[in-house]
Design a protein around this ligand. Structure first.
Ligand code: 5GP
Length: 347
């Protein structure tokens, strides 16, 4: 057994220090990014915020709303749409707007193969998603997918440490998804005791990825627009949002009315609710690591988009970053919480 004594931080532990700025208004800030992905060699231009591949978030309606509002964000589509619906969606919509998601199960891989045969050259980006990105099996899966699809952009995870980020990038991943346990409907930390404070995970993983010409996507734990500013400030190239985008018209969920208020159900993708809906029950060997919550119905996504994008733009003006690209270089974090490391002496 070993204990790591280094201080590890979460979003709540820091604030961003304002800096002298020549920017007059947040309208002057460009929050798009341009990347050329390491392996696919494809170019990306957009606002690097991705709707999570979850029921109620990673939906066709969300992708269409992003296009309608010209938000330049993208959606990782949840993996439970039928093949025909995916084909119809990608035939009708700009491929930049969506990531095709798969897990490690054979059915997902067969569906992707069938999709690529029937609808070639429509998908540019895929998201390989597993709860635990540390298994050798997952690395082999990534290598196999890279061999089969050399020109697809691959985002894969999740991991939280630099050495595993490096291993995945060397295995063929363009964007490593970072985050174990921070999600709003995730119970991994409670069920297993495993996790890593998300801000430190982003700082360390971004450093590892950038050293190899790869990118990271900070996945989970953002609850307010300021958290996105902190994640970008810490070095995230992309950010994935679940809970912040849930509960809208675009969720493709029933709206529940109770006591004069409207709610929407939101649940983790390994919760009992998701397992029952998609797999007919919780497999015995697998503890549910997600929960189900009822959240207030929030209407159309447009107001939330304004808040999220406005918050990031405003953070850039506070530190004098004319472009999102400069935010990380211009970020100085101030620690605002004390880590209690001496139970006897701490006040
Ligand atoms: P949020 O933005 O809601 O804080 O986090 C979204 C992320 O939580 C997702 O992108 C995914 O990585 C993670 N997540 C979604 N469902 C589950 C789940 O059931 N269990 C766990 N451990 N994580 C989940």
């Amino acid at each position: 057994m070993r204990i790591e004594e280094d201080i590890k931080l979460d979003f709540k532990d820091v604030l961003i220090r304002p800096k002298r700025s020549t920017l007059r208004s947040r309208k002057d800030v460009d929050i798009t990014r341009d990347y050329v992905f390491k392996w696919s060699k494809r170019s990306y231009h957009g606002v690097p915020i991705i709707a999570a591949n979850m029921d109620g978030v990673g939906t066709f309606s969300m992708a269409k709303a992003f296009l309608e509002h010209d938000a330049k964000m993208s959606v990782a589509l949840h993996k439970h749409y039928p093949l025909e619906d995916l084909i119809a969606f990608f035939n009708e919509n700009d491929a930049q707007s969506a990531w095709y998601s798969i897990g490690m199960v054979t059915a997902d891989q067969e569906k992707l193969d069938a999709f690529m045969q029937k609808c070639p050259n429509k998908v540019e980006k895929i998201c390989l998603d597993v709860a635990n990105g540390y298994s050798e099996h997952f690395v082999d899966f990534v290598k196999g997918t890279r061999e089969k699809y050399p020109d697809l952009t691959i985002m894969a995870g999740n991991v939280v440490t630099g050495e595993m980020v490096e291993e995945l990038i060397l295995a063929g991943v363009d964007v490593v998804k970072v985050g174990i346990g921070p999600g709003s409907v995730c119970t991994t930390r409670k069920m297993t005791g495993v996790g890593y404070p998300q801000l430190s995970a982003i700082i360390e993983c971004a450093d590892a990825a950038h050293g190899l010409g790869g990118l990271i996507c900070a996945d989970g734990g953002c609850t307010v627009p300021g958290d996105l500013a902190k994640a970008f400030g810490a070095g995230a190239d992309f950010i994935m949002l679940g809970g912040m985008l849930a509960g809208h018209d675009q969720s493709e969920m029933n709206i529940i009315e109770a006591d004069g208020e409207k709610f929407v159900t939101f649940y983790g993708m390994s919760s009992d609710t998701a397992m029952t809906k998609h797999k007919g029950g919780v497999a015995e060997y697998r503890a549910s690591e997600g929960k189900t919550v009822k959240i207030p119905y929030r209407g159309d996504i447009s107001g939330t988009l304004q808040d999220v994008l406005g918050g990031v733009r405003s953070a850039c003006t506070y530190v004098g970053a004319k472009r999102l690209k400069e935010l990380s270089k211009r970020t100085t974090f101030i620690r605002v919480t004390q880590q209690i490391n001496n139970v006897f002496g701490a006040s």
